[in-house]
Design a protein around this ligand. Sequence first.
Ligand SMILES: [Zn+2]
Length: 111
Amino acid sequence: MHEMSITQGIIDLCLEHAAGRRVHSIDVEIGELSSVVPEAVEFCFEACSRETLLESARLVIIRVAGRGLCQECGRETPLPELYAACQHCGSNRVAIMAGEELRVREIEVDD
Ligand SMILES: [Zn+2]
């Protein structure tokens, strides 16, 4: 389960940012095209944050929809999955614009 190491990375980043202060909440963006399962991250977060400054912090997961730019017709197309075809012209030459995110957007800490 690679979510465990991903979640540990998120936690390490937050602890570094918090610099000893207690963390209230974290917003994490997870793209639909990334292979990360949000439920697994939630589960790992609960386990990994125990007895750290992140314990009882609120984890908010923001799903980012997949979006691409068709290299054939030049239009934007929704990408429900990696390598989906353009919904306008059916081309497979679609450059990914969004949906691969995995990043911490915001960390709220005690003042
Ligand atoms: Zn197209």
